[in-house]
Ligand binder design. Structure first.
Ligand code: SF4
Length: 399
């Protein structure tokens, strides 16, 4: 199947879900490029204790990224056809992870690094300059596809001045680089709108004062995200994206979810398939590898290998051979859930979103095994065909 046909079919499926019942859809989903990015765990120890943390990181947790693991991931990324590595689930830009961030920066011209920070490192102008200089000394490639993404919003106990300090440090230390090439901000949407606009305006003012402005901001709707584009004097705009808080980890018990994602017995038809299911690998702080949305979100019981013992490309290939991965890549969490119910009639998950289901099934080695055994006598395509035939495609998935 040609790439343009594959993309066309998947685009049509978003508007006309009945196409999901065709063999073309199955092929288009299964031949998509997969496992092309890595989520690399930096925690669970963290310098903040945010109440929305989906991976339950914090100062009371133990463990940060092992530098050997970080080295092996970046060193092997090209051979494994990895296009980018995100340093996430914990704080990269603090002393405990300095060595790991240095390694990521050194490799960033061959394997783009996405450094996801909470901005604490910008506490003073000096601390911000120290870290940005450190990235420069380690030759962080800020003119390719690497980026520094600063998360902010109500849950972060971080002063707005930190963002000003970070911008000023970048303007001073990387004067030759257009900030829109590598600097992103991401506001966590708490579904309640409290002071979101005020916070965004504060960040816009900080960006303008560091990088100047050549036109007013521009607000756009992109799928589920709203982006503000801030136009500096030079180059591409700097994006401020909106990310929805997810009801898992420490956030699970937040009362605000009682309305938007009430706890209930979930069923496969309630859950989103996810357009990019199967696109990323998760690597734990000690090198264990799984597919999906991060070890901390799926649980820690399962691993296909460790990057410190085995090449990442080999581990990725063993994932590609696993039919549980095919199921996930084809139909995301809803299809995994459907098969778990075929194996164990009456099985159900009580929760708020597909992440609870993913953790319950994909985070459980026995459950994965029983789906694997079921698939010994069953082909993935026909199983999908039977599942999707019973689904009322007029009803939109809600979580
Ligand atoms: S949300 Fe980020 S900064 Fe906050 S505790 Fe979790 S990992 Fe740390």
């Amino acid at each position: 199947m040609e790439e343009k046909d594959r993309k066309r079919i998947l685009r049509i499926a978003e508007k006309r879900p009945t196409i999901m019942r065709t063999p073309d859809f199955i092929r288009a989903r299964l031949v998509r490029p997969d496992l092309s990015s890595v989520l690399l765990e930096m925690g669970p120890s963290c310098n903040l204790n945010c109440f929305h943390c989906g991976v339950t990181c914090g100062p009371n947790e133990t463990g940060v990224a092992d530098p050997e693991t970080v080295y092996n991931v970046f060193n092997q990324a090209k051979d494994a056809y990895i296009r980018s590595v995100s340093l996430t689930d914990g704080e990269p830009m603090w002393e405990e992870n300095r060595e790991s961030v240095g390694i990521a920066a050194q490799f960033s011209s061959t394997t783009p690094a996405c450094i996801m920070t909470n901005g604490v490192f910008g506490e003073t102008p000096e601390s911000a300059e120290d870290w940005i200089s450190f990235l420069k000394q380690n030759e962080m490639d800020f003119q390719g596809r690497s980026n520094l993404t600063v998360s902010f919003g109500q849950p972060y106990a971080v002063s707005p001045q930190n963002y000003v300090n970070i911008n000023q440090a970048i303007a001073k230390i990387f004067p030759e680089v257009n900030p829109g090439e590598f600097l992103y901000y991401k506001i966590i949407n708490m579904c309640n709108g409290i002071d979101t606009v005020k916070r965004i305006n504060g960040v816009i003012r900080g960006l303008r004062s560091a990088f100047g402005t050549r036109r007013s901001e521009y607000l756009s709707d992109r799928l589920e995200r709203v982006a503000v584009k801030v136009y500096p004097e030079q180059g591409k705009p700097i994006d401020i994206d909106l990310e929805w808080i997810v009801p898992i980890g420490r956030a699970y018990n937040l009362p605000l979810f009682d309305e938007v994602a009430p706890e209930r017995e979930l069923q496969p038809h309630d859950l989103y398939i996810g357009i990019d299911a199967g696109s990323c690998l998760s690597v734990s702080n000690s090198g264990d590898v799984d597919f999906g949305d991060g070890f901390a979100k799926f649980g820690r019981e399962t691993s296909y290998g460790n990057v410190n013992d085995q090449p990442l490309s080999e581990i990725a290939n063993s994932i590609r051979e696993d039919k549980v991965f095919w199921v996930y890549k084809l139909g995301g969490v809803p299809f995994v859930y459907h098969l778990a119910q075929q194996v164990e009639p009456g099985f159900s998950v009580v929760g708020r979103s597909r992440f609870n289901v993913a953790r319950e099934i994909l985070g459980n080695a026995d459950k994965r095994n029983s789906i694997r055994e079921y698939l010994e006598a069953e082909k993935v395509g026909p199983a999908w065909g039977r599942y999707i035939k019973t689904k009322d495609l007029r009803v939109k998935a809600t979580c």
